[in-house]
Write a protein that binds this ligand. Structure first.
Ligand code: NI
Length: 178
């Protein structure tokens, strides 16, 4: 296990479409090591999710760990640390909601992004089983943000009003409090 360096915006690997994970690599030592590295890296940097391309691995895999309870996004249902392999998102309602997002690959910034707020995720778990998960509100935003990384998309690309892009320090001082 190791803490890996997170690639930052401008690195070409963040802009490539990741490949499907061949299911025969599940449970193998290199893939298990990748997942362990992703968890170590997420916990070291702090954050709610990490996609494999962010550490330079072009595979359709992301991990998400969302603490529950009261947050600045309201009262949240927790998502325990979950590995999503080859995830697919189905939008269940076109109704959108906006949240201020941040990204470990875009450090120091926050941007307001509107996304569909009711989605179903289908994915393969680490045992190779197909799972589905229905999410609403901020957790729906989190999965869309993470899975966008698998297509080479950053949240910055989805900001429709660039006046709502801010440095974290100014965000905390002027926006979070209003
Ligand atoms: Ni991100």
């Amino acid at each position: 296990m190791a803490i890996r360096r997170i690639l930052r915006m401008g690195h070409p690997h963040l802009r490539q479409r990741a490949s499907d994970v061949p299911l025969e690599i599940l449970g193998t030592e290199p893939f298990e090591r990748l997942l362990a590295d992703m968890k170590d890296t997420l916990h070291d940097y702090g954050g709610v999710g990490l996609a494999a391309p962010q550490i330079g691995e072009g595979l359709r895999t992301a991990i998400i760990e969302l603490p529950g309870g009261p947050t600045r996004y309201g009262e949240l249902e927790p998502i325990p640390l979950t590995t999503f392999i080859n995830p697919v998102i189905e939008v269940l309602s076109e109704k959108t909601a906006g949240f201020w997002e941040g990204c470990l690959s875009v450090p120091g910034l926050r941007g307001f992004v509107e996304r569909p707020q009711h989605v179903r995720v289908s994915y393969t778990d680490i045992q190779g089983l197909t799972q589905t998960l229905e999410l609403q509100g901020f957790p729906a935003t989190v999965v869309q943000h993470e899975f966008d990384h698998l297509d080479g998309t950053l949240y910055i690309d989805r900001i429709t009003d660039t006046r709502r892009l801010a440095f974290e320090e100014e965000f905390n001082r002027h926006i979070l409090t209003t």
